[in-house]
Design a protein around this ligand. Structure first.
Ligand code: SF4
Length: 404
């Protein structure tokens, strides 16, 4: 992508490994459904979030940040800017849930995130508030330490309304975990998975991929997931983006196309780059996905036999959760039910280098901040070269502060 800055001149940013697939993805437009705006257009995108009247898609995965504290100090952390405001009060959290319900409806899954949400002693109370507000699906975005150390803690969360865990997972190599988390916490994460298995809580493995650290782990992670489908219900492969803190030298941007190639190399071609298709509920360049039908070492990507017309006709743009392959696979299955398998998602977030406002305007993943407005994820976490955020933690006006 060529860019021009009035102060710094022209520069180019690497996007994808091949132009043909890039164009196929970017042209794969699905119908968009906007939602009622909450803010006016005063400046221009991305300063008017949100959502403002220019935003093209509704939110199908809202997030609530319940703290900016953490029990790790990871060298790679998009949250970090050194400024950790006080946690929102329970009353503020309740208002955020109510705002999401009013604008996005009660059927959206809500992700409880941070910082590290489990450092909050009142997390069960927060989950109960979410349930009282009418949300049936609440996902905990966690590094897994608390729920790996103490199954009782997980049990309390489940009783309060937690439905699934989005587990930060760097692979099965302890060295990769040490490099990305500052210490080797792999055994605790594995115990967290075992505890979730015991409690019947599904886990989605959320993998931060950093070139030179753990991009070689992808194949093993998929294999591990396919052999543990009773507890692992999804793998989200997320190339790291350079927002917040990034203390790993010489990061190279990895796109959906790059990760698709890595998957192909590391699965001996069982998953081909052409098996990865755009996801319909977000801008097509933001996510690629497939569904691996089968289990263990015996599987095939659902998309291998898919054609564009069938995908489009089985895609439901009004699905509350955002129609993804799970819906499409179920619709197309002869039994009408989802066959055993694994959803595989590649999520390519944007940073200051790769920011594309067309993509930002089609984001379906937003952080609901303290004043109830919703800020698309990559815009909310956007930081400049000095680590300064465009939007402060908690949003404009949080704790009496304004935007940086
Ligand atoms: S990212 Fe969306 S909500 Fe934010 S300013 Fe741009 S169009 Fe508006």
């Amino acid at each position: 992508m060529g860019k021009v800055c009035p102060d710094h001149g022209e520069f180019e940013v690497y996007l994808w490994p091949d132009a043909e697939r890039y164009r196929w993805f970017s042209d794969f437009a699905f119908p968009t459904v906007a939602r009622e705006p909450q803010t006016d257009r005063k400046e221009d995108c991305p300063h008017d979030c949100g959502l403002c009247p220019g935003h093209k898609r509704r939110i199908t995965l809202p997030e609530i940040e319940v703290t900016w504290r953490c029990n790790l100090d990871c060298p790679v952390c998009f949250m970090f800017d050194g400024d950790r405001p006080p946690d929102p009060s329970l009353e503020q959290v309740r208002r955020m849930f109510e705002t999401i319900r009013a604008y996005d409806g009660p059927d959206v899954p809500v992700q409880i995130t941070g910082g590290e949400p489990t450092v909050k002693a009142d997390l069960p109370e927060i989950l109960r508030i979410g349930r009282e507000t009418g949300f049936e699906v609440m996902e905990l975005n966690t590094n897994g330490l608390a729920i790996g150390w103490d199954i009782e803690c997980l049990r309390n969360f489940a009783e309060a309304g937690l439905t699934n865990v989005y587990l930060q997972f760097d692979g099965l190599d302890p060295e990769a975990t040490r490099k990305l988390r500052g210490r080797d916490v792999l055994a605790t994460k594995m115990q967290a998975i075992e505890n979730c298995r015991e409690e019947g809580i599904p886990v989605i493995l959320a993998v931060t991929i950093v070139q030179g650290v753990n991009e070689t782990e992808i194949g093993e992670i998929v294999r591990f997931a396919m052999h543990n489908l009773d507890v692992i219900h999804g793998v989200a492969l997320q190339p790291a983006f350079v927002s917040g803190r990034f203390d790993v030298p010489n990061p190279r941007h990895l796109s959906v196309g790059d990760v698709a190639r890595l998957l192909s190399d590391q699965s001996d071609g069982r998953i081909l780059p052409s098996d990865i298709w755009p996801v319909g509920c977000i801008h097509p360049l933001c996510s690629g996905s497939t569904y691996l039908v089968g289990e263990g070492d015996n599987y095939e990507p659902f998309t291998r036999g898919l054609d564009e017309a069938s995908y489009r006709s089985n895609f439901d743009e009004t699905s509350p959760q955002g129609s993804v392959f799970l819906d499409v696979v179920s619709e197309m299955s002869p039994s009408g039910e989802l066959p055993q398998g694994l959803p595989l998602l590649i999520m390519e977030y944007m940073d200051a280098w790769t920011m594309d406002l067309e993509r930002a305007r089609e984001c379906n993943l937003a952080v609901t901040v303290m004043d109830g407005t919703a800020i698309p994820f990559c815009v909310y976490h956007l930081t400049d070269i000095h680590g300064k955020r465009l939007y402060p933690h908690g949003g404009k006006g949080a704790n009496g502060r304004d935007r940086h």
